[in-house]
Design a protein around this ligand. Structure first.
Ligand SMILES: CC(C)(COP(=O)(O)OP(=O)(O)OC[C@H]1O[C@@H](n2cnc3c(N)ncnc32)[C@H](O)[C@@H]1OP(=O)(O)O)[C@@H](O)C(=O)NCCC(=O)NCCS
Length: 175
């Protein structure tokens, strides 16, 4: 088995086979204090329900789920969703970039972002949007990767200590 990271867009079958790893990935992220929609500790039923909702989105709305494996282990994932309304079909939302703590700091997120962007271009998308908690590692990372800040929304998400925290909205025009 190669030590080189492997990237693959999952179909629903592969996502189902990776369900346990996806749950572990989400749980690790939430438990690390990341703002990915949930508060720690992540309940297994909540994690199950979340990945079931992703499966439904893959089936009905064309949600794309990209995984990154290192020596056969799921190290990270990211999702891409084309906007549903007719006037927004050129636009995609980037969601839930997650790298397991054991694999952070070695370029996994950079690889996921780059592959995601390549696919977005192939899909004909012209604009990508995402948001991330102000002050998080991810905020600096998106800036470094060339994303533009659209603005800051205060009191956007509750964090682990119960306080409400601002989010930064980013966009990237694909030319
Ligand atoms: C944010 C996250 C995805 C980064 O993953 P990663 O694989 O460690 O990131 P990479 O190693 O690919 O680093 C990409 C860039 O981000 C920066 N970066 C990553 N971790 C960093 C850290 N701890 N401190 C400062 N900069 C950091 C680096 O500068 C790097 O740029 P470089 O390649 O020029 O050195 C990861 O920390 C994570 O999963 N966090 C929890 C979930 C989360 O917050 N997701 C974002 C939600 S929108």
């Amino acid at each position: 088995m190669t030590a080189e990271p492997t990237l693959a867009w999952m179909d629903r079958g592969q996502a189902a086979r990776e369900r346990e790893a996806l749950i572990a990935l989400l749980a690790d992220s939430v438990d690390s204090g990341a703002s990915v929609g949930f508060l720690p500790p992540l309940d297994r039923a909540e994690a199950e329900a979340y990945w079931s909702s992703v499966d439904a989105a893959m089936e009905h709305t064309g949600r794309r789920l990209l995984g990154l494996w290192v020596v056969g282990e799921l190290a990270g994932s990211i999702q891409l969703q084309r906007a549903e309304y007719p006037n927004g079909r050129h636009r995609g939302e980037v969601m839930k970039l997650i790298v397991h703590r054991r694999f952070r700091g070695r370029g996994c997120a950079r690889m996921l972002m780059s592959a995601m962007e390549g696919e977005a271009r192939r899909m004909g998308l012209e604009l990508l949007v995402l948001d991330t908690l102000q002050g998080d590692v991810a905020e600096g990372m998106y800036r470094k990767l060339g994303w533009q800040e659209a603005g800051v929304i205060p009191r956007f998400a509750r964090v682990a200590n119960g306080e409400l925290h601002a989010t930064v909205v980013f966009y990237r025009i694909l030319e």
